[in-house]
Design a protein around this ligand. Structure first.
Ligand code: NAD
Length: 416
């Protein structure tokens, strides 16, 4: 079975198991240890679904469903368990085993020990119709991401780091995808130690490079089988007058902030659509971290504001198309993160830059520049990671909304 096949089979398996349990699942391809208790596992013959190099989704899903049903039938009414292991055979006669559990550490442990014992279902869940009924709400808002598989681009620092920390603390498995691989790895190590579980996995990506984005999604599928939430946060700013800015600088910003979001939505959308084939009731989310500069112009910062405005057009358009696959697409438009490195870095932060450039008339210190920016916000302070996290929880919990741009600006930018 070729590596590419995991891209098709693992999300279908993940969807099927989610559909039957109503809970998120992690799916890990075999590390080679054969399953113990073979009578407990599911066997699916995908020979009819194409060759190992080109597997067809529909017949593959049909074969997987039939295999799951056969396992259920053999349980003779005991619906309180779910298989934790499926052996899949393709036309090349190769067999691959996928291990399924609630979290990455448990699924990996099964794979290492060959533990195919059934997975206990939560007492309030019945198989076959496990997806939560409409209107069900989380007891704690952060519960909406608990045990979910999420991806945050640009997660090594700034708003991305805040979002990664918030999601990990809420019980999600977070893929930290960043150009700065060392920073992403360091953050993952810190979080895994603090949370005492596999809470985060670092993966390199350049969101402006399609091959790199494709590789990112392959790595996610190979590690965990699929995804529930993608936060497209990576972004850059290069301010400059329209009369002076070099085209190269304009394109650099646009490639990351605008085209980069297109690439993320394209490859994420393909994965989420496949999962949705097997779990039609399971809602997933793509959230773009936009800006208040996506809602009103920004003087001498046209490349940034233009890309952010444009990305809201992408959000609305993608939302219209992807709603058919249970994928919600929304943007969050934060105000200035004055405590973040972009503004507060003592050497190259915007406060220092603006002080040196005399951008704030009368400002003599960094504190004066900061006070000037705080003064622009009706609520008198900059935006924080916690403010953005509240918007993320809202968007994920709100099943009845898509294609929106949610402002988080302390009243600085109001809707027209
Ligand atoms: N800082 C603010 O005041 C503010 C306000 C509103 C919106 N935003 C938005 O929030 C997002 C994050 O901004 P921030 O201020 O935290 O930025 P930041 O510069 O502090 O961090 C950005 C992260 O993205 C990574 N990155 C940059 N280019 C990348 C690429 N091509 N591929 C993958 N990773 C890449 C960087 O390595 C870094 O870790 C951006 O989309 C930005 O437009 C920021």
């Amino acid at each position: 079975m070729s590596f590419e096949d995991h891209l098709i089979v693992a999300p279908l398996i993940r969807g099927l198991w989610i559909n039957a349990s109503g809970e998120s699942r992690v799916v890990v391809p075999s590390a080679g240890v054969p399953p113990k208790a073979p009578d407990q596992i599911v066997f699916a013959d995908l020979s009819a679904a194409g060759t190992a190099d080109s597997l067809d989704e529909a017949p593959a899903l049909k074969a997987l469903k039939e295999a799951y049903s056969a396992w259920e039938a053999a349980k003779k009414g005991n619906v309180k368990t779910q298989p934790s292991c499926i052996k899949v055979k393709t036309s090349s006669n190769e067999e691959v085993v996928y291990w399924i559990d609630r979290d990455l550490a448990s699924a990996r442990k099964r794979s290492e020990n060959g533990d195919g014992s059934p997975l206990e279902l939560r007492s309030n869940v019945t198989t076959g119709s496990g997806i939560a009924a409409a209107g069900a709400s989380a007891s704690d808002r952060s519960d909406v991401v608990k045990n979910k598989i999420v991806l945050v681009t640009g997660g090594a620092q700034g708003f991305g780091e805040e979002i990664v920390r918030g999601l990990a603390a809420s019980g999600a498995l977070v893929f930290i995808a960043d150009l700065n691989q060392a920073g992403a790895e360091k953050l993952a190590e810190t979080l895994n130690a603090a949370e005492k579980r596999i809470a985060a996995v670092a993966v390199p990506v350049n969101v402006a490079d399609e091959a790199s984005v494709e590789t990112l999604f392959k790595a996610i599928v190979k590690t965990a089988g699929g995804l529930d939430l993608c936060v497209s946060n990576a972004g850059v700013v290069k301010a400059g007058s329209v009369l002076e800015q070099e085209l190269a600088a304009f394109k650099f910003v646009t490639d990351i902030n605008y085209a980069g979001f297109f690439l993320m939505a394209k490859h994420c959308g393909r994965l989420l659509r496949r999962q949705n084939l097997a779990a039609p009731g399971w809602k997933t989310d793509i959230i773009q971290i936009n800006s208040k500069s996506g809602l009103e112009g920004s003087n001498k910062n046209g490349a940034y504001a233009g890309g952010k405005f444009g990305a809201i057009g992408l959000v609305e358009s993608f939302a219209l198309e992807l709603v058919a696959y249970g994928i919600k697409v929304n943007a969050i438009c934060p105000g200035n993160f004055l405590d973040g490195p972009l503004w507060s870095d003592p050497e190259k932060g915007l406060f220092v830059q603006y002080l040196k450039a005399g951008k704030v008339p009368g400002a003599k210190t960094v504190a004066d520049v900061r006070a000037s920016y705080e003064g622009k916000v009706p609520m008198g302070r900059g935006c924080t990671g916690a403010d953005v996290m509240r918007a993320i929880y809202y968007i994920v919990e709100q099943e009845y909304e898509t294609g929106q741009a949610v402002p988080v600006t302390g009243g600085q930018v109001m809707l027209h």
